[in-house]
Design a protein around this ligand. Structure first.
Ligand code: PMP
Length: 315
């Protein structure tokens, strides 16, 4: 152990003891919320900076600036890496994302730029703003949506950890997609171990990705409140060939499931973990599946304390 970055990964894989009770198949959750930055995105933050340093594009402690378009979690991961390696950090976030995430990033010394909730075609979209600022200022854009390191780190770490912890490939792996790094990388690794593993996208109602998985055309897009997953445009790191099926989950079910994880399982997670677990429970209810379902608890509840689904819960 040499520092906090060595505490990233090797997260627990735990069974859902209460929420999956009585179902024909068990559900296991990969506790990515227990990473030091509180989310699944710590893995890619470290891997993208390691890769750029190995290529000589970034140099630690040389006054360089990282910039990323983020729902907040990649920003938190990058803030850990920036602290450890002496980079400045700018995070560009759409205003939909919680105030708690902005506060946490600012507390870690990052500069936070908030954009409108604009579609990918708009110049005000957070990814377009980040790209423009990187070009204008000569900052390093970590580019989680396009950078293949995002997929590779999950194929090299998260996937093999699941195989080792479960002692076999699961019958199904369920995950939402923001950049697609988690589902594409883990899905590829598990399918290499056992081609019969079913890879299932958990998508918010209102996201166009579920329609895209089913037909190759983006589905209609609408508003939804779950943060960090779903899109009206398929990101380059979301590999359709690895996905067998999509399950759509409403905000209401995502948030009710996240609250149940908190109250009944003691797993202190955010809304997208609720989306994943709601979809995983659907898969586990299919008797013909004949084996365990694995999904991901993407991030921690502490970045949603200001959000109505958590703050107004009656506990
Ligand atoms: N949940 C949350 C809260 C996120 O911020 C993200 C990443 N944007 C994800 C899930 C999805 O992970 P990925 O980018 O690997 O698809």
């Amino acid at each position: 152990m040499s520092g906090i970055l060595d505490a990233i990964g090797d997260t627990p894989l735990l069974p859902l003891e209460r929420l999956a009770r009585g179902l024909p198949n068990p559900v296991y959750v990969k506790c990515e919320h227990l990473n030091p930055g509180g989310s699944v995105k710590d893995r890619l933050a470290r891997a993208i900076v390691d890769d750029a340093e190995a290529r000589g594009v970034l140099r630690p402690h040389a006054g360089m600036t990282l910039i990323e378009a983020t729902a907040g979690n990649t920003g938190m991961g990058l803030a850990l890496v920036a602290a450890a390696r002496g980079y400045a950090l700018v995070c560009v976030m759409p205003e939909k994302m919680s105030v708690d995430k902005r506060r946490a990033l600012a507390a870690m010394g990052a500069r936070v730029v908030v954009t409108k909730n604009a579609p990918p075609s708009s110049p005000d979209n957070f990814q377009n703003v980040a790209r423009r600022m990187a070009e204008d200022e000569g900052w390093f854009l970590t580019e989680q949506f396009d950078n293949p390191v995002n997929v590779e780190v999950h194929a090299a770490t998260t996937g093999p950890e699941i195989l080792r912890q479960l002692g076999r490939a699961p019958a199904a792996f369920v995950s939402g997609a923001g950049t697609g790094g988690t589902i594409s990388g883990v899905g590829r690794c598990l399918k290499r171990a056992d081609p019969s593993t079913r890879v299932v996208l958990a998508d918010p109602v209102g996201s166009g990705l579920a329609g895209w998985v089913a037909t190759g055309e983006m589905g209609p897009d609408g508003a939804y409140a779950v943060e960090g997953i779903g899109s009206s445009k398929a990101p380059a790191n979301l590999h359709r060939a690895v996905i067998d099926e999509a399950v759509s989950i409403s905000d209401e079910r995502s948030f009710a499931t996240a609250r149940a994880l908190i109250r009944e399982e003691g797993m202190l997670v955010g809304g997208s973990a609720g989306t994943n677990v709601a979809a995983a429970l659907e898969l586990a209810a299919r008797p013909e599946l004949g084996g365990p379902v694995v999904t991901v608890l993407c991030d921690s509840w502490d970045r949603y304390f200001s959000q109505p689904w958590l703050a107004r819960a009656d506990f």
